[in-house]
Design a protein around this ligand. Structure first.
Ligand code: BGC
Length: 282
């Protein structure tokens, strides 16, 4: 039976776990590794390879990426090293792991997971998923169908990129009260609603676990609900993406790349990556 490993690449951490794509549950405790700094492609590819080795077996890998991804090629990387732009991530990560790897925008992956198993399950019409983390990610669905790479986190508000005003990171860095931050989020949602008129807005990202602190302060016209899969949505969505690509026989799934390069000596491994891996599961 095919096995699927979901890996969620973020600006501050890289998380991965095998996923049961029939029900969206993780099949083992997830691994979390701090994103190496600088977050250059080779360093992150080595972390992805170490997570793949950790879980062993012969799995297909679905990865998320916090930027625009078109047919595996990275087109933007607002919160990672700019060296990523133009990189064929299918190829890079395929070579690093020796497995077939697909790559999808992180918010799009989280949205796929919420539509399949979470707050968007069974919902038709226009649904917008918003992820609040290091940046602001968006995933737009029409009758359950994803419109990829929407990037509404970068609309301009008060002359600035929206994610520089209202992401979860901004709340932390500026030590904003829930009230002050919710005001910014409210202004952002109002703009997005005016542009897209979604029937449902799903708010995700780690901060959605504290949604009781900010959702009641919002004045959105439509329905706004917290995500249900929270920190696991990216992992689950990445696994759903590689499964769908395989099922459609898509050329988006590169053939198993050449054998992984031999692991470098432990002292030369990517930064904090290898040393923070827990022991492999039995
Ligand atoms: C990126 C998006 C990403 C979001 C969340 C933004 O800066 O442009 O592609 O989905 O951050 O990581």
């Amino acid at each position: 039976m095919d096995q699927f490993l979901g890996i969620d690449i973020g600006g501050s951490g890289i998380k991965g776990a095998p996923v049961d794509t029939a029900n969206g549950r993780l099949l083992a405790e997830r691994v979390h590794i701090a994103t190496p700094m600088p977050s250059r492609p080779e360093a992150l590819a080595e972390v992805v390879a170490s997570i793949s080795r950790h879980f062993g077996g012969s799995h297909h890998i679905g990865c998320t990426f916090p930027g625009v991804v078109m047919r595996g090629v990275i087109r933007s990387a607002a919160n990672l090293d700019p060296a990523w732009v133009g990189i064929d991530a299918h190829r890079l990560l395929g070579h690093a792991t020796g497995r077939s790897v697909t790559v999808i925008n992180d918010a799009d992956a989280a949205g796929l997971a919420e539509m399949a198993f979470g707050a968007g399950r069974g919902r038709s019409g226009v649904v917008l998923m918003i992820t609040l983390g290091t940046g602001i990610g968006t995933a737009l669905f029409m009758d359950g169908q994803l419109v990829p790479n929407t990037e509404f986190g970068h609309i301009e508000i008060r002359g600035r990129d929206a994610e520089r005003r209202a992401s979860a990171r901004v709340r932390d860095e500026r030590h904003l009260s829930w009230r002050a931050w919710a005001k910014r989020l409210d202004e952002y949602l109002e703009r997005v609603e005016a542009l897209l008129n979604p029937e449902l807005v799903i708010v995700g990202g780690g901060i959605s676990a504290r949604s009781d602190r900010f959702l009641p302060r919002l004045h959105a016209q439509g329905e706004v609900v917290p995500a249900q899969l929270q920190n696991e949505a990216g992992i689950v969505g990445a696994a759903l993406h590689v499964r769908a690509a395989l099922a459609s026989g898509s050329r988006r799934v590169p053939a198993r790349a050449r054998a992984p390069r031999p692991s470098p000596a432990p002292a030369r491994r990517a930064g904090r990556a290898a040393s923070s891996l827990p022991p492999p599961p039995p």
